[in-house]
Design a protein around this ligand. Structure first.
Ligand SMILES: *[C@@H]1O[C@H](CO)[C@@H](O)[C@H](O)[C@H]1NC(C)=O
Ligand SMILES: *[C@@H]1O[C@H](CO)[C@@H](O)[C@H](O)[C@H]1NC(C)=O
Ligand SMILES: *[C@@H]1O[C@H](CO)[C@@H](O)[C@H](O)[C@H]1NC(C)=O
Ligand SMILES: *[C@@H]1O[C@H](CO)[C@@H](O)[C@H](O)[C@H]1NC(C)=O
Ligand SMILES: *[C@@H]1O[C@H](CO)[C@@H](O)[C@H](O)[C@H]1NC(C)=O
Ligand SMILES: *[C@@H]1O[C@H](CO)[C@@H](O)[C@H](O)[C@H]1NC(C)=O
Ligand SMILES: *[C@@H]1O[C@H](CO)[C@@H](O)[C@H](O)[C@H]1NC(C)=O
Ligand SMILES: [Cu+2]
Length: 622
């Protein structure tokens, strides 16, 4: 704990405070200029292509570090502005940075880590130009967005599109329709999202109702963190005889910040933590505040708590919930939780703790720093090192979702009483030929296909190929190689139950693209089908990422009302790369009419499209 105290010494604090005053002035100026870009009421949509201007940064001598005050949502955001296009202009590059002291290569958006805040109103169109100046190809996914009618913008390499080659650009354009709340974006090509290509994506809406008042609103990204490029870790992870022992993170970060103990760092790593600091959340006294947590990490679930505060859960994956009091919560990879922090008097500061569930790691190295802290400060002057005490209760040892049986959406939506289709599925890791361990759904271990499965489906359907046309609401067994692609075809509008039984000793946070689902049940052991007709369909929790615990089950229900090819996969970076991904082809009648956009054709035809991607099939032994 005292490791970070030098950064809060009086001198540093004074220097920082003066800088902040300067930046505050600049910030006001910046907000004004954004104001000027807004169209007058009634004029819509906005036609100027002036991209969003990034706020000035306090880089503290670290030009690659994003000033995390960017993650504080502006109180002057106009939630009633007419629908408009919101432009963002991103250049991707490789940078050398030491967020926690240890130098490494990170992948950066507009040269900074972590990624910029993206905001829109419900009904707006986001236009995001991506210029890839990195050595490897990439792609972006907008996690939780429905991409209804814009399936090609979903960014899932091998499923909906191809990766953007080095030196190429791609324009993502899609609507923030029928959703609001806390989302995020990340690369969706191999494991590269965990090397820095991620950030928050917030959708405002007058329809959002939170059962509690709050004076400020900000994003708090939590994550596990590695001192190596994911590409350096993959070959060992996927090697024969590794038996799915996932790479163990070195430490954790909050909003890209942490302080590693340099005395634990050995050659060839270089460590200089003199500028590394913990994140500070300055909160106004005597007021409540909203914190939007996003787990942007690779592999670890985190236990999050704020010393001496009972907080209220108010949002789960973009769904407002009836305020639910708690003193700690666990957040798995890709999940989001908003909490309200209750009022406090001035002059106090407290630890916000995020601790990885290290019992879910293959091993616990001696140098592991499983906990990262941030400072919640109510003093108007510089943050003081807190002396607060952690909550005494145990977070538990198992990796699973927080118990949400008493968490209900604020806007009740009844799940359909019955499903049209029940799809049972087994998730597992199996050791096959050459003693390689791979992730499976049933007998399929996914490998991204060179031609995205969506493009194959459009072609097959448009040419009346029986392999695509004939199967109804079932697995496409002859359209794709079942060893690599498990694709279930669904008629538009069907109510689908997906019942996953996990035969694996690890947990998996499953994410379904393009849809929100109701969580009808989850637990340990097996689901007893005798209970299938007595499920509680009264306002169950809706979300887009749900955890299946080790040797457990989960039952989700969704309405397949969004045409396209949608991935359903484990969101642990290592597991999806090892093959734990399946797909739904929804609404074939609509999909067959689609024309492949020219820029998708271009990236797919590019010889460098696969650069830096997964190992090639022929290197994969089966
Ligand atoms: C986007 O950023 C690139 C690189 O900084 C720049 O060359 C280009 O002019 C920008 N585009 C717009 C529309 O501002
Ligand atoms: C979850 O909470 C409910 C209500 O408090 C309780 O009945 C149930 O046993 C809990 N489930 C688990 C798995 O702990
Ligand atoms: C997965 O395997 C189970 C057990 O064999 C089977 O009942 C189920 O239909 C399979 N699911 C799919 C989508 O193929
Ligand atoms: C139909 O699609 C399958 C799978 O992609 C392919 O092998 C087959 O050649 C196609 N048939 C025709 C007649 O094009
Ligand atoms: C079904 O779920 C609702 C909403 O969580 C709850 O109020 C109700 O008590 C549950 N009904 C039963 C029979 O458990
Ligand atoms: C997609 O759009 C269709 C047509 O507007 C609508 O019926 C459906 O509910 C939408 N689905 C999602 C997931 O947004
Ligand atoms: C690019 O991909 C290659 C593998 O093809 C890998 O060795 C290299 O580390 C990757 N670069 C980055 C910055 O990830
Ligand atoms: Cu997994």
């Amino acid at each position: 704990m005292p490791r970070n105290s030098p950064s809060f010494s009086a001198i540093a604090a004074f220097a920082t405070a003066s800088f902040f005053v300067l930046l505050f002035v600049l910030h006001i100026f910046f907000l004004d200029s954004v104001e000027l870009l807004r169209p007058s009421p009634g004029s819509e949509p906005q036609h100027t292509e002036a991209p969003h201007v990034e706020a000035p940064h306090d880089d503290n001598g670290e030009p690659w570090r994003r000033d995390t005050r960017e993650y504080i949502l502006s109180p002057s955001w106009d939630v009633h502005a007419p629908p408009q296009k919101r432009y963002y202009n991103w250049t991707l590059s490789e940078i050398s940075a030491n967020p926690d002291g240890v130098w490494r290569t990170l992948l950066a958006i507009n040269s900074r880590f972590p990624g910029p805040l993206v905001e829109a109103n419900e009904g707006d169109t986001l236009v995001i130009d991506v210029h890839n100046q990195m050595a490897n190809s990439t792609s972006f996914h907008w996690h939780g967005f429905h991409q209804n009618g814009t399936n090609f913008m979903d960014g899932t390499v091998g499923v909906t599109s191809c990766a953007i080659p080095p030196g190429s650009s791609f324009r993502y354009e899609f609507k923030a329709d029928f959703l609001r709340g806390t989302y995020w974006y990340h690369a969706h090509f191999s494991t590269m999202r965990i090397d820095g290509l991620f950030g928050p994506l917030i959708v405002h809406s007058p329809k959002e109702t939170i059962g509690m008042e709050y004076a400020s609103d900000r994003v708090v990204m939590v994550q596990d963190y590695y001192h190596d490029l994911s590409h350096a870790l993959l070959p060992t992870y996927l090697a024969p005889d590794n038996e799915n022992a996932e790479p163990v993170p070195n430490t954790a970060l909050i909003n890209g910040k942490g302080v590693f103990d340099c005395s634990k760092v050995k050659e060839p790593y270089r460590c200089d933590a003199s500028k590394a600091t913990l994140e500070v959340l300055d909160l106004e006294k005597d007021k409540s505040h909203r914190l939007r947590f996003i787990n942007v990490g690779a592999f670890a679930e985190l236990d999050v708590s704020l010393d001496e505060h009972e907080v209220s859960l108010i949002e789960v994956d973009g769904v407002e919930v009836v305020p639910h009091p708690m003193n700690r919560f666990r957040i798995n990879v890709a999940q989001r939780y908003s909490i309200i922090v209750p009022p406090r008097p001035a002059g106090e500061s407290f630890w916000l703790r995020a601790r990885m569930f290290e019992h879910c790691f293959a091993e616990i190295p001696e140098t592991l720093q499983p906990e990262v802290k941030a400072i919640v400060s109510y003093s108007s002057s510089a943050a003081k090192t807190p002396t607060s005490k952690t909550w005494a209760d145990s977070p538990g040892l198992e990796c699973k979702d927080m118990n949400t049986t008493e968490v209900s959406p604020l806007h009740a939506i009844e799940a359909p009483k019955m499903a049209d289709i029940l799809i049972p599925l087994r998730s597992n890791f199996e050791i096959g030929a050459y003693r390689l361990s791979r992730g499976f759904f049933n007998k399929t271990s996914w490998r991204p296909s060179q031609t995205p499965t969506l493009l194959q489906a459009i072609d097959g359907l448009a040419t009346d190929n029986a392999s695509f046309v004939e199967p109804q609401n079932t697995v496409l067994t002859s359209a794709y190689d079942i060893k690599r692609q498990l694709v279930v075809k669904l008629d538009a509008g069907k109510v689908v139950d997906l019942l996953v039984d996990n035969f694996d000793d690890g947990n998996h946070p499953f994410h379904l693209h393009g849809h929100k689902f109701w969580v009808l049940g989850q637990g340990k052991g097996y689901f007893d089908l005798a209970n299938y007709n007595s499920l509680n369909t009264t306002n169950p929790l809706r979300r887009d990422t749900v955890t299946i615990e080790a040797f457990g089950w989960v039952l989700i229900r969704f309405v397949a009302d969004n045409p396209g090819m949608w991935a359903m996969h484990c969101h642990l970076a290592w597991h999806s790369e090892a093959g734990m991904l399946m797909q739904f082809l929804v609404g074939a009648d609509t999909v067959k009419t689609w024309a492949v956009p020219e820029q998708v054709q271009n990236v797919c035809a590019h010889p460098e499209m696969q650069r830096g991607g997964p190992l090639r099939d022929e290197d994969f032994y089966w």
